[in-house]
Design a protein around this ligand. Structure first.
Ligand code: GRF
Length: 217
C-alpha cells in the first residue's frame, strides 16, 4: 500500500525534492501528504500544492507547547504512516515525539553518534576526520540520539571547507533518505527501544546504501 509521508522542513527542501523525484520516478511507493514548516517562506513549501502546505511562525503562538500542539494536530490530520524531518531546524517537543514515536525519522549530516547538533561539517574537518557522512535515525527526545537506521559516508579531502564537504555529501544524503523510505514504505522497519529492527531482526550496524537496497522485500 502506498505509504503516506509527512515532511517537516525549514529550508530549501532538497531532501524533500529527492523524495518527490523518487515518487515520480516510480522508485518509491509513497505520497507526500503534507509539508510542515516553522518558516512560512521556506522554499521547501513551494514543492507541493498549497492544500498540502502548513506553516506557522512559532513566535505567533503564546508559548512553545501551543506551537507544538498546532504542529502535531496538523501533521496528525494528514494521517501519515511516516513523519520525516528533512532539514527541520527546530527541536521537537516531547509530546510531538511521543505522538509519532516509531514512525518519526530524521536525516542528520554526520556519522552519528559523532557530531549531534549543528555545524557538523566544520566540526568533522576541524577534528581531522578522514571521513564524514549522514545518518537517518528514529527520533527520540534526546537530540540526534535515536536508533540509527542507515549511514552514507564520503571522504574528507585536503582543502575541504564546510561548503565543499556539504556539497559532496548532499547527493549521498538524498539517496540515503530515499533508500530508508523505501524500506519504511515496504513495512520492514521498526523501532524497538534504542535499536532498529529490519524484517524483525535487530540491526547490528547501520545500513549502507547498498545494504538498504538489498533488504527490500
Ligand atoms: C540537510 O543537510 C539535512 O541533513 C540537515 O539539513 C539539511 C537540509 O537540507 N538536517 P534541505 O533543506 O533538505 O535541502
Amino acid at each position: 500500500m502506498t505509504a503516506r509521508i509527512a515532511v517537516l522542513a525549514s529550508g530549501r527542501g532538497s531532501n524533500l525534492r529527492a523524495i518527490l523525484q523518487a515518487i515520480d520516478a516510480g522508485s518509491l511507493d509513497a505520497e507526500v501528504v503534507g509539508v510542515f514548516s516553522d518558516k512560512p517562506n521556506a522554499p521547501a513549501l513551494r514543492q507541493v500544492p498549497r492544500d498540502r502546505r502548513w506553516s506557522e511562525r512559532p513566535a505567533s503562538f503564546p508559548h512553545r507547547p501551543a506551537y507544538e500542539t498546532a504542529l502535531a494536530e496538523a501533521v496528525g490530520a494528514s494521517q501519515p504512516d511516516w513523519v520525516v524531518c528533512a532539514g527541520y531546524m527546530r527541536i521537537l517537543g516531547d509530546a510531538f515525539i511521543a505522538r509519532f514515536r516509531g514512525r518519526l525519522l530524521n536525516i542528520h549530516p554526520s556519522l552519528l553518534p559523532k557530531y549531534r547538533g549543528l555545524q557538523t561539517h566544520a566540526r568533522a574537518i576541524e577534528a581531522g576526520d578522514p571521513e564524514h557522512g549522514a545518518s537517518v535515525h528514529f527520533v527520540i527526545p534526546e537530540l540526534d540520539a535515536g536508533a540509527v537506521i542507515a549511514q552514507a559516508k564520503v571522504p574528507i579531502l585536503a582543502g575541504d571547507t564546510p561548503e565543499t564537504l556539504a556539497a559532496r555529501l548532499l547527493p549521498r544524503e538524498h539517496a540515503l533518505l530515499v533508500a530508508v523510505l523505501r524500506l519504511a514504505a515496504a513495512g520492514v522497519l521498526a523501532e524497538q527501544g534504542d535499536i532498529t529492527l529490519c524484517h524483525g531482526q535487530p540491526l547490528l550496524n547501520a545500513l549502507s546504501l547498498d545494504s538498504a537496497d538489498r533488504l527490500l522485500p
